[in-house]
Design a protein around this ligand. Structure first.
Ligand SMILES: *[C@@H]1O[C@H](CO)[C@@H](O)[C@H](O)[C@H]1NC(C)=O
Ligand SMILES: *[C@@H]1O[C@H](CO)[C@@H](O)[C@H](O)[C@H]1NC(C)=O
Ligand SMILES: *[C@@H]1O[C@H](CO)[C@@H](O)[C@H](O)[C@H]1NC(C)=O
Length: 218
């Protein structure tokens, strides 16, 4: 009986392997690194590129897909194999009064001359008077610096200049890699049909500032 079970399992594994092979073979790549999905497999005739990312249970990195979530939100893997949940992008905070996510250190829902901030240790989102003036200027380390710019302060890694931005873990200003921000600008600028979703490696739905965290669902 045990033997038969093992046999059954073995043939199941072999079947799965063959099925997996068949699926892999029906995924021709038009460009290297850009997997394509035929609509017969998953039945998504529209934006097949995006469907690939959303259907693929192995790919559980948070992603930005144009038009899927509200402003300043990205998709995070949900609790089940293939569900996705919208929540605030890294460096953004959920403001319940407006039921929206806002970028920290920008005016957002605040009055001119103020920026969105978090009170500590309560982590309640509120407005803070900006002691710096000028577009995108914020106080950092006793100086006024421009948000999302290198400011001759941050390091350079290879050819990439890090910028003053929001550290998604601490929700404080610091030097951060520019990737996510610049990539989002690229997408917003192009509105391309065949645009590949932007991956937010390391983003966490339960970071301070998210709606999930605010609602105590972590
Ligand atoms: C979130 O905020 C609280 C309160 O400021 C802090 O104690 C905690 O360390 C923060 N969590 C993370 C992951 O940084
Ligand atoms: C938010 O800021 C306003 C104006 O500074 C202040 O009156 C209010 O107490 C603050 N709320 C919290 C929860 O910190
Ligand atoms: C954000 O802050 C944490 C805690 O200070 C630090 O470990 C991390 O390296 C910072 N992230 C970046 C991108 O600098």
């Amino acid at each position: 009986m045990d033997g038969r079970k093992t046999m059954g399992l073995k043939s199941l594994i072999i079947c799965a392997a063959i099925a997996g092979l068949a699926v892999v073979q029906t995924l021709p790549s038009t460009e290297p690194g850009k997997p394509r999905v035929q609509e017969e497999i998953f039945g998504f005739p529209a934006d097949e590129q995006i469907s690939y990312y959303l259907q693929n249970a192995r790919n559980r990195t948070p992603i930005f897909v144009p038009g899927k979530c509200a402003d300043n939100e990205i998709l995070y893997p949900g609790d089940h194999e293939s569900d996705w949940v919208c929540d605030c992008r890294p460096g953004h905070v959920y403001y319940p009064q407006m039921n929206k996510c806002y970028p920290l250190f920008m005016q957002g829902f605040c009055k001119p001359g103020e920026y969105v901030d978090v009170m500590r240790p309560s982590m309640i989102v509120n407005c803070t008077t900006n002691v710096c003036s000028g577009q995108n200027m914020v106080p950092y380390d006793g100086k006024c610096v421009e948000l999302n710019r290198h400011n001759r302060i941050c390091k350079r890694v290879g050819r990439v200049y890090w910028v003053i931005g929001v550290n998604a873990t601490t929700l404080e200003l610091g030097c951060v890699p520019p990737d996510a921000t610049t990539m989002l600008h690229r997408v917003n600028g192009e509105e391309g049909e065949d645009e590949e979703p932007i991956q937010f490696e390391g983003a966490n739905r339960c970071s301070n500032g998210t709606r999930t965290k605010y609602e105590g669902l972590c």
